[in-house]
Design a protein around this ligand. Structure first.
Ligand SMILES: NC(=O)c1ccc[n+]([C@@H]2O[C@H](COP(=O)([O-])OP(=O)(O)OC[C@H]3O[C@@H](n4cnc5c(N)ncnc54)[C@H](O)[C@@H]3O)[C@@H](O)[C@H]2O)c1
Length: 348
C-alpha cells in the first residue's frame, strides 16, 4: 500500500504534535508544513519537509492525499474550504470553527465536494473513553441516571501570551477545552437538550472566562453537571488523569463520575462500584469496587490512523463536520447561557 501524502497547516503547539505523529506513522508521510508566520520555517526544517506561508501555494505545488488543519479556530472554515474544493480530505482541529456559520460552511463544502472531513475530537479515539462507552452501553451500572464531570487545572501564565487564546471569538476554555468535555458527554451519554451555565473571569480578569459551571439535560432524561476551572492547581482534569498527553502531570485521580440505577463508574480508572448481592441493596450495605483492565494508546496516533482509513475510503469519519457542529452548538449554547443568565434549549 502506498504511503499517503499529508500536510499540516498551522505549525503551533498542536500542528507540531500532528507533524510528529505523521513522521512516525508507517502509512503516511509529511510532504509539507504551512504557516502564515515565516518564523515557522524552522519547524519545517526540523521535520525535514517543505515550508509554505500560503495554503494555496501548498495545495498548488503538492499533490496531497490529506491535510491536517491546526490553526486558530477562526481560520478553520476558510482553510477547510480551500482543501475541500480541491478534493482533499481534511482533519480539522476542534472546535470545527469558532462560529456556527463557519461550521455550516464546512459542512456544505464537504457535502458539495463529496470529500470527507474528520474533526479533531481526539478523545473519541481514546481507549479509556471507548471502554467507558462500552461499559455504559452494556449497562455495567444499570440505566444511566446522571453524570458529573470535573475539569480543573492551572494553565501556565505564558499560555496567554498567544493573543487569540484570551479573546473572543475563538478563545476561552469553553471553546478551547470544554468543547472536548461536551463532545465526550454527547458521545458517551447521548444528545444534549438544554444547558444552563454560569461563569467567572475573576481570577485572571481576562475577556474570557476562567471558571464555568454548567447544568445539562440530555434528551434521554439523564442530567449532568460540568464544573471547569483553568486557574487552579488541581489534579482533576481529563488531561492529568488519563496520562494520554505527556505534557501534563500524571494524576492518579478520577475526573468523571457516572451514576446508574445499579452502581457508579469513575473515569478514567474505570472503577465500578455496586452491590454484589441483589438482596443487600441500599446505603447500609457495602459497595464492592470492581477494577477494570485499562488498555492504553495515544489517541492522536489512533486518530491519524483513522484519518488514513477515511482517506482510503475504508472508514466513515468517527466524527464528521455535522456531528462536530452539534458539539459546537452546545458550546455556543453554554456561552449564550452565560451571557443571558438563562437556560438555553438546543434545537434538534
Ligand atoms: N485536539 C486538542 O486537544 C487540541 C489542543 C489544543 C489546541 N487545539 C486546537 O488546535 C488549533 C491550534 O491551536 P494551537 O494551540 O496549536 O495554536 P497556536 O497558536 O500554537 O498555533 C497556530 C499556528 O497557526 C498559524 N496560523 C494562523 N493562521 C494561519 C493561516 N491562515 N494559515 C496558516 N497558518 C496560520 C499561526 O502562525 C500559528 O503558528 C486550535 O483550533 C485549537 O483549538 C486542539
Amino acid at each position: 500500500m502506498s504511503s499517503l501524502r499529508l500536510a499540516v497547516i498551522g505549525a503551533g503547539v498542536v500542528g507540531r504534535s500532528h507533524a510528529q505523529r505523521i513522521v512516525e506513522a508507517p502509512s503516511c508521510s509529511l510532504v509539507g508544513i504551512c504557516d502564515s508566520d515565516p518564523k515557522c520555517q524552522d519547524v519545517a526544517t526540523e521535520f525535514n519537509t517543505g515550508f509554505y506561508t500560503d495554503s494555496e501555494n501548498l495545495l498548488q505545488q503538492q499533490e496531497l492525499d490529506g491535510v491536517i488543519i491546526a490553526t486558530p479556530n477562526a481560520s478553520h472554515g476558510t482553510l477547510a474550504s480551500v482543501c475541500l474544493t480541491r478534493g482533499v480530505p481534511v482533519l480539522v482541529e476542534k472546535p470545527i470553527s469558532d462560529t456556527l456559520d463557519g461550521a455550516h460552511a464546512i459542512v456544505e463544502a464537504a457535502e458539495q465536494a463529496g470529500v470527507p472531513v474528520l474533526v479533531g475530537h481526539h478523545r473519541r479515539h481514546s481507549t479509556a473513553i471507548r471502554q467507558t462507552k462500552q461499559l455504559l452501553d452494556d449497562r455495567a451500572i444499570g440505566d444511566l441516571v446522571a453524570a458529573s464531570l470535573l475539569w480543573a487545572l492551572k494553565k501556565p501564565d505564558e499560555y496567554f501570551d498567544v493573543d487569540w487564546r484570551s479573546r473572543r471569538p475563538g478563545g476561552g476554555p469553553v471553546l478551547i477545552n470544554l468543547i472536548h468535555e461536551l463532545d465526550t458527554l454527547r458521545f458517551l451519554c447521548g444528545e444534549i437538550d438544554r444547558v444552563f451555565a454560569q461563569a467567572s473571569s475573576q481570577t485572571r480578569q481576562l475577556e474570557v472566562e476562567d471558571s464555568v459551571s454548567i447544568s445539562l439535560s440530555l434528551q434521554s432524561g439523564v442530567i449532568a453537571t460540568l464544573l471547569a476551572c483553568d486557574s487552579t492547581p488541581a489534579p482533576w482534569s481529563y488531561e492529568a488523569t488519563t496520562h494520554e498527553n505527556p505534557l501534563y502531570f500524571e494524576s492518579p485521580e478520577n475526573c468523571y463520575f457516572f451514576l446508574g440505577t445499579e452502581g457508579g463508574l469513575a473515569f478514567p480508572r474505570l472503577d465500578i462500584w455496586r452491590h454484589d448481592d441483589p438482596d443487600a441493596v441500599g446505603w447500609q450495605h457495602p459497595l464492592t469496587q470492581h477494577a477494570q483492565e485499562i488498555a492504553s494508546r495515544d489517541p492522536l496516533e489512533a486518530q491519524l490512523e483513522h484519518f488514513c482509513e477515511v482517506i482510503r475510503g475504508n472508514a466513515q469519519p468517527l466524527i464528521d463536520a455535522r456531528d462536530a457542529t452539534r458539539s459546537l452548538a452546545v458550546a455556543h449554547a453554554v456561552l449564550e447561557s452565560i451571557q443571558t443568565r438563562q437556560p438555553v434549549k438546543l434545537t434538534s
